[in-house]
Each structure stands twice: as C-alpha cells, then as structure tokens.
Design a protein around this ligand. Sequence first.
Ligand SMILES: [Zn+2]
Length: 168
Amino acid sequence: MKFELNWENLGNIREGRPTFGTDCPVLMYRLLQFSLRNVIETESGEGKGGEYLYKAGELVGRLIHKKFLADIKDTDELFTKLANLLYELKVCILRVEKSYPDKGEFVLTASEDLDCSGVPEIGWPICQFDEGFVAGILSVFTGKHAVAKEVDCWATGERFCRIEAKVE
Ligand SMILES: [Zn+2]
C-alpha cells in the first residue's frame, strides 16, 4: 500500500507529543535525511540519493505552496511570505539575491540552512531537497515547469547556500 503524503497523515503532533512538543533537533533531521540518502545510493546507485531527495523536495514545495502561499500573485510577496515561513520553521534565513520574474530567473540564498550548515567540504552541493523544494513552489506558482540548482553550499566550502532557479 502506498503511503500518501498529505497534511492529515502528518498527524496532530501537538496532541501526540504533549511532553516534547513539535520541535526536533537538527541532529535527528540530518541523521534521517543523510541515512535515507545513503540507503538509496546503496540500493539504487550513486547520485540517486540526490535525485530522489530533489523529487521529495518538489512534493513538499507543492504541499507548502498549497497550504501557505496559494493566494499570492506577486513574486516579491511570494518570496517574502516564504522567507517568513522558513524563518518561523527554523529551516533557514532565505534571501532573494536576484529576481527576474519576466525571464523566469531567480537566485536565492539560504543561511543557517537545516540541510547543510556546518557540514564539512565534500566538493559537491548536498541540498537537493532544497533545490526540489524551490522548484516545486515555483512550478505551482507560475503554472510552468521550474528547475533549481544549488551552485554554492557549505558542502562546497561556502558559508551559505545559493540556489539558481529557472522557470521553463
Ligand atoms: Zn547547501
């Protein structure tokens, strides 16, 4: 049976965790994501971890858009609301570096990112979930296919993430 990703299946966290509440240490988030990437790579081949995390990010981007950003028409407003939400959720400090809505091109940076801030330099960017997340949101927002690519990351020696997104 296929597990459905929807808000209902995430459950009532407050009710289910009266002692611990809704927060969870970054350590556990990373252990889950990194171990999942490792299992996927072992089972399905090198590079597949990033590929699947990108797809997962797209799904989450679409869900987040539907719940929090659905009524927005203006690109600046979209990024402002998204940045506020990601700050509230302690995901990252999101900034818009470049925004060309007419060309469908955007460059975003994320500081203190949940996925990678503090990781050692491994030589390639590891925030494929974030790439997919941005692409998912922009796809629904524009009604067109969007792609996103991380060009700087803690894992490439930067001290923040930079994601280039393009609506096709
Ligand atoms: Zn990164």
